[in-house]
Write a protein that binds this ligand. Structure first.
Ligand code: SF4
Length: 573
């Protein structure tokens, strides 16, 4: 069974913006937070918002307090005023593309145009749009209803932003034929359009299409309709528990598409369930390769191996003796710290990587033992090398362990942060520093007892590699981190600026390596180690183009760059 994932799957811009605005308001504790009507059409996201204490208000009370968010679909114009009069602070999360339709309608209604809205009259977006049309609005969702409308001297036709493109094309033809004087505005959102075009192409290519999304989400329903239009079976499911694998028995190729309000973690769970099925019934390599990949990642053996390889490469770059002990100290330190922090941070994994969260729940005692034993092995190995290596590793281990613990009691309220992990960006900075010290500074200090120009260049390269890796994973984990309130760099400065930052860091790292080798400050290995940097830049560019990266494989291939650095070093040596 071959699985194809639509690259448009996951939150659209408007939904992401509404969810982020709501979670940011909740995480900054701006008093009670509520949304006017359900924020988006996805029951799992709504449940999480409910768990975070975000209420849904359907009727405007006489007196309200706190912040209320207008959802992405928008509301009739009078609602804003009513909410403010009730005492709410209103935050408008209406999607900018819906605002554009509202503006068209408002303008033409004021010029006495009749407003024909192609959409479902009980859909919240259409309810809001009708509000802007006043007494001149008509919501229509089939050609028969269009024929029943009176003839207007002047009228505009607009579409609900998530309308079926195919159906709206029929409406356009109807208008051109019967009422050529009507003005038509194609207001279907391009995100909807792209999603439907991709779903159609995907449906043509595969034997069956799985559409993941809320049952009452208009745009998700349309994706299933699109698949049916090309004569392919489409399974509309809300989450992986509804996946009927029996119904897909005969399908050799399966496509996965998802609505604009479906979060990545639900799509990931569906992918995982299908992959499990495939590995049980597939050829030998399919049966074993993905589970091996997954186990290497979840146990952190793979990433620890990467840290060992980075150490090997950095010692070779520095031109110092490549002792196996340095490799193992980095290996055990990273294995211990990452496993320990994954155990503690299972909460955010529920949303970023639900599969890993359940792996850590299931094997928590084994993994705790692994973290302890590897941590102790690293410290013992370092102590065998002398007092300074021992103290460095001990200090770093203690710092890593304290990261998730409450260091300042709740009673001390004038301090904003009580744990290190609450400090914005602290996760990335600590990981990058810890890796930089253990893979690059530690061997130089142990061998030479001082920091050299070469070692600074090598340190900058290792910091660059680890920074890009860590922050790139932070981009992939933004949805879950926002839910649990972790302030990572992409959440603080935004995804676009973060990608820009990563590209600049890669360029600088490239320059340090290349020029360092050219000047003879570091060994000629520097030329060859530019390759992993180029590959990491490619991953970022692919992510930029594809928008969503789902499943665990992208993580596996990013980490592979560290192993590649080790391999290159081996052949160079
Ligand atoms: S589908 Fe388009 S119009 Fe609707 S919320 Fe998403 S981006 Fe906005």
């Amino acid at each position: 069974m071959k699985i194809y994932i639509a690259k448009t799957a996951g939150f659209c811009m408007g939904v992401r913006r509404a969810v982020e605005m709501t979670l940011d308001a909740s995480n900054s504790r701006e008093g009670p937070i509520s949304s006017y009507g359900p924020l988006i059409h996805n029951p799992q996201v709504l449940e999480i918002l409910r768990e975070k204490g975000i209420r849904v208000i359907r009727e405007i009370p006489e007196r309200g307090s706190g912040t209320i968010l207008i959802r992405a679909h928008g509301v009739p114009p009078e609602i804003h005023g009513k909410l403010e009069s009730a005492g709410f602070t209103v935050k408008d999360a209406t999607c900018p593309r819906v605002i554009k339709v509202q503006t068209i309608i408002r303008k033409h209604a004021s010029l006495e145009y009749a407003v024909i809205i192609i959409g479902d009259d009980d859909h919240p977006e259409v309810v809001g749009l009708l509000g802007y049309a006043g007494d001149k609005g008509y919501a229509v969702n089939c050609l028969e209803d269009l024929d029943d409308l009176p003839e207007f001297d002047k009228a505009i036709i607009v579409a609900q932003t998530t309308q079926n493109v195919h159906f709206f094309n029929k409406v356009k033809k109807w208008a051109e034929r019967i009422h050529p004087h009507y003005k038509i505005f194609d207001t279907i959102c391009d995100s909807t359009e792209k999603r439907q075009v991709e779903a159609k192409k995907l449906a043509e290519k595969v034997d069956a299409l799985i559409v993941v999304g809320g049952r009452n989400s208009g745009n998700t329903q349309r994706l299933a309709e699109v698949a049916n239009e090309v004569g392919k079976p489409a399974l509309h499911i809300e989450d992986e528990s509804e996946l009927d694998l029996g119904a897909l028995d005969s399908a050799q190729t399966i496509g996965i598409a998802a609505g604009a309000s479906t979060p990545n973690w639900i799509i990931n769970k569906v992918i995982k369930k299908l992959e499990d099925e495939r590995s049980q019934n597939g050829e030998t390599w399919r049966r074993y390769f993905p589970p091996v990949q997954r186990s290497l990642l979840y146990t952190n053996l793979y990433i620890a191996l990467g840290a060992g390889c980075l150490t090997y490469a950095s010692t070779a770059l520095n031109g110092i003796e490549e002792k196996i002990a340095y490799f193992f100290i980095a290996f055990f330190y990273v294995l211990s710290m990452h496993t320990f922090n994954n155990l503690i941070g299972r909460n955010s994994d529920r949303f970023n990587d639900p599969d890993r969260a359940s792996f850590y729940d299931k094997y928590r005692y084994h993994l705790a033992a692994l973290a302890l034993i590897s941590g102790a092995t690293g410290i013992v190995t370092a102590s065998a090398m002398g007092m300074i290596p021992f103290l460095i590793l001990l200090a770093m281990s203690i710092m890593g362990l304290l990261y998730n613990f409450k260091l300042i009691p709740d009673q001390i309220q004038f301090l904003k942060y009580h744990r290190i992990n609450e400090i914005p960006g602290s996760k990335t900075i600590l990981i990058v520093l810890a890796w930089g010290i253990v893979t690059s500074v530690f061997p130089v200090l142990s061998e030479e007892g001082r920091i050299t120009v070469a070692s600074i260049l090598v340190l900058l390269w290792t910091l660059g590699m680890v920074f890009v890796r860590t922050v790139f994973f932070d981009i992939l984990a933004m949805q879950g981190d926002r839910i649990v309130g972790t302030k990572t760099i992409p959440i603080i400065i935004g995804e676009k600026k973060t990608r820009f930052l990563l590209k600049r860091v890669l360029q600088f790292s490239f320059a340090f390596l290349f020029l360092g080798s050219l000047a003879g400050a570091i060994t000629s290995l520097g030329y060859f180690l530019c390759l992993p940097l180029i590959l990491m830049a490619l991953v970022i560019l692919v992510h930029e183009y594809r928008k969503s990266f789902l499943g665990f494989r992208p993580v596996f291939w990013v980490e592979a760059n560290f192993l590649l650095a080790g391999l290159i070093t081996y052949f160079w040596a």
